[in-house]
Ligand binder design. Structure first.
Ligand code: ZN
Length: 211
């Protein structure tokens, strides 16, 4: 099964490939076709561009062909560049896994410890090496995704077999994790009550509020 299915219908024909951007964003579910990082996880659409799956330098006739355009993050786009394996390399199995034809993270790669990817096929090792899918931001993203998946699973299971003691334990654990994440957002001295007190005082300038 392919990772991405283009669901846009009646896509107009443009002479400038960048005009396809809104359709590509939707078809690639607002995430990078290669590393799967989302627009939300990298703070915006400026860090995303359009890749020519078959590079335009090698396949100039495909510059404006919608099926050859892939929404992707600027880093993957830069690393992938104009790399395209020769016919001999392709025959040996070293090709770029196409996320519109397969699911590269399942069919060619495997997520291991700490969400590090390992190749299970030659195509997987080709993609891993070219696009550097184990770079730090990708690892962080996959760990976060795994953790969210895990937590949603926990809650769903809990809802099915409601046990007050387990709910209490899970809430406690979740709060602890949130507090750790909060340190990243608010600094070491994060204190929910202090922020609330400041808000309660209405228009008093922040510098006049006793700390
Ligand atoms: Zn990417």
């Amino acid at each position: 099964m392919s990772r991405f299915n283009r669901t846009s219908r009646n896509v107009p024909t443009f002479s400038d490939y960048t005009s396809y951007r809104p359709y590509l964003r939707k078809d690639f579910e607002y995430q990078c076709a290669y590393c799967e990082m989302t627009e939300a996880s990298v703070f915006g659409i400026e860090t995303f561009g359009i890749d020519h799956f078959k590079p335009k330098k090698v396949f100039p006739g495909l510059i404006c062909v919608y099926e050859n355009l892939y929404y992707c993050c600027n880093d993957c786009n830069r690393y992938k560049g104009a790399v395209w394996p020769s016919a001999e390399r392709t025959a040996e199995g070293y090709f770029f896994p196409d996320p519109c034809a397969c699911d590269p993270l399942l069919d060619h790669l495997q997520e291991g410890e700490e969400c590090r990817l390992a190749a299970i096929t030659k195509a997987g090792s080709f993609a891993l090496e070219i696009v550097r899918l184990n770079r730090e931001p990708c690892l962080r993203f996959r760990r976060k995704r795994q953790s969210v998946q895990q937590r949603i699973g926990d809650y769903r299971q809990l809802l099915e077999f409601i046990d007050p003691v387990e709910i209490r334990e899970l809430l406690f654990q979740t709060l602890k994790e949130l507090e750790i994440e909060a340190v990243e957002c608010f600094g070491q001295l994060f204190d929910l009550t202090r922020r609330q007190h400041v808000a309660d005082r209405g228009n008093v300038p922040a510098r006049m509020v006793a700390r």
